[in-house]
Structure formats: structure tokens, C-alpha cells
Design a protein around this ligand. Structure first.
Ligand code: CAA
Length: 379
């Protein structure tokens, strides 16, 4: 497989690198400590086109391919995984879902604004009792003729406090099980919709994760995505693509930590020579670099299959499974190479190690990725 990048793809990567290094890097430690990602930075990401990268320019998007998107995700995640999860949910779940399955009216009304970063979107599938077991949706969307009456609670919703629109999965026909679920576009200011507490998380602490409560929220029927009962299938299709974005996030966290560890090993002396001159450290760096390159190839393979409109479900799950696993390993080794310095908050590797963990959990845990891969193999 030849992954020669085009000039355009290289330019996108460079633009993301510049933004990450010049704009996101200063202040990233404070944002992690204070658990916030300022709206001003979201606005800048929108202006630079990072929030609707793959959307057709007709709908205010960048018209780029998935390969360009993962290159940008990697660069931004090297520095700030809180920024990149917001970017990933907006691009791969919300924008892609609206573009692929929305009506022309829904695209005009919502997609144009989320693709431009004027508002951001959230994807609401997980519930207190439905995480990995996502078919067990307890949130209900009762059919009331011209609208749905939405009741229930969603948990751990990325962009939960800042989003302008929410794609909410809810059960309309419980007797049909997952085939009775709908996806509704819910505007933030609808009566009965309450944003709950912000989660105090181990990592990606700058990102905005909330529970959401819906009590008799009237959602117009025009806001349903796809046919009646398409909601679960919608969520699965969208997550297949989303997993490529999270894989790229995991890769960025790993490669960011690796670059810091390599630099540190070339500067720090122990026992009269540089760390990088000790074989124990060289072998660690060699293993880290190899894992990172392997993850990158899996991700580029999945992204390129998606761009070619070829089946990519297995490859996306493999990329996410592998990249999130090595992100844990590589960031742990990066902290190890830094020794005591790696354990304190002024050193970025400490944050990157905490950020890595979530990539094994959201958009399908590693256990779910094994399940998806195995099911594809059995087909
Ligand atoms: N792609 C397309 N369709 C899929 C699919 C996939 N990867 N996996 C399952 N489906 C379809 C099945 O074909 C089936 O549809 P039909 O009946 O029409 O054939 C339907 O989904 C239900 O599948 P199963 O009967 O196999 O149900 P199951 O309960 O055994 O398995 C599951 C379902 C795969 C475990 C699913 O619940 C799942 O993916 N869980 C993980 C949920 C998840 O990823 N959550 C992430 C939350 S969002 C998030 O994290 C965003 C963020 O903040 C960053």
C-alpha cells in the first residue's frame, strides 16, 4: 500500500501542526488543570476549518478526504487531546452523520452551522445503564403526531455543555428493540432539556463532558434523522467512521509523548552519558517508534478505504483497538524515560499518559472493538 501524501494533505498536516504548536500548546497545562476549553479556541478552530473538514463546501465544509482529517487529528492530539475530542465528535459523528443522512432542510439549518464551527454538535448514545450495551436505550421518544416527546438521561456526553445541537438516540417502539430507536436533532434551548453536571475526569480534562436530562422535551418530527426506526443503525454507521478519528487521536497522543521522550533522552545525562546513549533507553524508543508507525499505517489504511467508499468497518475497529493500546504503552514509557520529571504536571507527558486511557473506552471500548473485528471475520 502506497501512502504517498498529496501536496494538499501535507499542507493540511502543516496547518494543523502550526495551530497546535503555536496556539494550543501555550496554556494546555492550565486548561487541563482548570478543566476548560475556551470558546475562543473553538471559534479559531472553526475559522481554520478544523470543525467541518470532510463536509462538502456547499454546506460550509472543507471538502477534504478522511486521510487529511486523520493527519490533522494526529497533529492536534499531540498537543491537546481535549481539543481533538471536540473536533472528532464534531467532524466524524455530527457533521458526517448530518451530511450522509440529513434532509436538505436539516443540512441547511444545522449542518452549515456545525461545519463552520458557528455552533458545535454532540452525539448522545450512552446512558447510565447503556454504555457498551448500546441497544438497551432507556431514553424514550414517544410519537405524538407532529413531534416526539423525549424523556430520559444521557451520560458522558462530549461537548455536552457547549453544544448548540445534540444528536439524541431514543427508543420509540420498544417492542421492536434496536429497530425501534430514532435519532433526533435536539436544539439546546428546548424547554425540558437540562444540561447536568460536568464530569471531573482523569484525562482530556479540558473537554466538556456532561450528563443531559430530557423531561417532556418536544422535538419536531422534521428533526428525525432518516426513516422511523433508523436511529440505532445511524449510530453504528456513524461510530464506524468515528473510530478512525479516535484512532488518530490515540496515535497523536502516542507520537506527542514519543517526541518529548526522544528529545529528553537526547538532552538528559545519567551515569556520565546521554540517556539516548544507554541501550535500555534506545530499546524503549525503538519499540515506541515501531508501535507508532504500525498504528499510523492501520489508520491510513482505514481512512483510505473510507475515502474509496470501500468497506472499512473491520479496519477502523482494528485501527482504534491498536492505536489506543499502544497509546497507553507509549505514554507510560515516555513517563518512565522522564523519570521523576515525567510524574509532575509541568511536563506534558504526565497529561498525555492520563489522556491516553480514554481512547480505550469511548467510541467503543477495546472489548467492543474485538467484538466488531471478530464479527466481521465471521461474515
Ligand atoms: N456497523 C453497522 N451496524 C452494526 C455494527 C457496526 N459496526 N455493529 C452492530 N451493527 C448492527 C447489527 O447489524 C444489528 O442490526 P440488524 O439487526 O439490522 O442486523 C444491530 O446493529 C444490533 O447489533 P447486534 O444484534 O449485534 O447487537 P449486540 O447488542 O449484540 O451488539 C454492539 C451491538 C455492537 C455491541 C453495539 O451496542 C455497540 O457498538 N456498542 C458500543 C457503543 C459505542 O461505541 N458507544 C460509544 C458512545 S459515543 C462516544 O463515545 C462519543 C464520544 O464522546 C467521544
Amino acid at each position: 500500500m502506497n501512502f504517498q501524501l498529496s501536496e494538499e494533505q501535507q499542507a493540511v498536516r502543516q496547518a494543523a501542526r502550526d495551530f497546535a504548536q503555536n496556539i494550543l500548546l501555550p496554556g494546555v497545562i492550565e486548561r487541563d488543570a482548570q478543566q476548560k476549553f475556551p470558546r475562543e479556541l473553538i471559534r479559531q478552530m472553526g475559522e481554520l476549518g478544523f470543525l467541518g473538514m470532510m463536509v462538502n463546501p456547499v454546506w460550509n465544509g472543507g471538502g477534504m478526504d478522511t486521510v487529511s482529517y486523520v493527519l490533522a487529528m494526529e497533529e492536534i492530539s499531540k498537543v491537546d487531546a481535549s481539543a481533538s475530542v471536540m473536533m472528532s465528535v464534531n467532524n466524524s459523528l455530527v457533521c458526517w452523520g448530518l451530511e450522509k443522512y440529513g434532509t436538505a432542510e436539516q443540512k441547511e439549518k444545522y449542518l452549515k452551522r456545525v461545519a463552520a464551527g458557528e455552533i458545535i454538535g454532540a452525539f448522545c448514545l450512552s446512558e447510565p445503564e447503556a454504555g457498551s450495551d448500546a441497544t438497551s436505550q432507556r431514553t424514550t421518544a414517544e410519537d405524538r403526531g407532529d413531534h416526539y416527546l423525549l424523556n430520559g438521561t444521557k451520560n458522558w456526553i462530549t461537548n455536552g455543555g457547549t453544544a448548540g445541537i445534540y444528536l439524541v438516540m431514543a427508543q420509540t417502539h420498544p417492542e421492536k428493540k434496536h429497530k425501534g430507536i430514532n435519532c433526533l436533532i435536539v436544539e439546546r434551548d428546548l424547554p425540558g432539556f437540562v444540561v447536568g453536571k460536568k464530569e471531573d475526569k482523569m484525562g482530556i480534562r479540558g473537554s466538556d463532558t456532561h450528563s443531559l436530562m430530557f423531561t417532556d422535551v418536544k422535538v419536531p418530527k422534521a428533526n428525525r434523522l432518516g426513516e422511523d426506526g433508523f436511529g440505532f443503525s445511524f449510530a453504528m454507521q456513524v461510530l464506524n467512521g468515528g473510530r478512525i478519528g479516535i484512532a488518530a487521536q490515540a496515535l497523536g497522543i502516542a507520537s506527542g509523548a514519543f517526541e518529548l521522550a526522544l528529545r529528553y533522552a537526547r538532552e538528559r545525562k545519567a551515569f556520565g552519558k546521554l540517556l539516548a546513549e544507554h541501550q535500555a533507553i534506545q530499546f524503549k524508543l525503538a519499540a515506541m517508534a515501531t508501535k507508532i508507525d504500525a498504528a499510523r499505517l492501520l489508520i491510513l489504511q482505514a481512512a483510505s478505504l473510507k475515502d474509496q467508499q470501500l468497506p472499512f468497518v473491520k479496519e477502523a475497529a482494528q485501527a482504534k483497538l491498536f492505536a489506543s493500546t499502544i497509546a497507553q504503552e507509549v505514554t507510560t514509557e515516555a513517563v518512565q524515560i522522564h523519570g521523576g520529571y515525567g510524574y509532575v504536571k509541568e511536563f506534558h507527558v504526565e497529561r498525555l499518559m492520563r489522556d491516553a486511557k480514554i481512547t480505550q473506552i469511548y467510541e467503543g471500548t477495546s472489548e467492543i472493538q474485538h467484538m466488531v473485528i471478530a464479527r466481521e471475520l465471521m461474515k
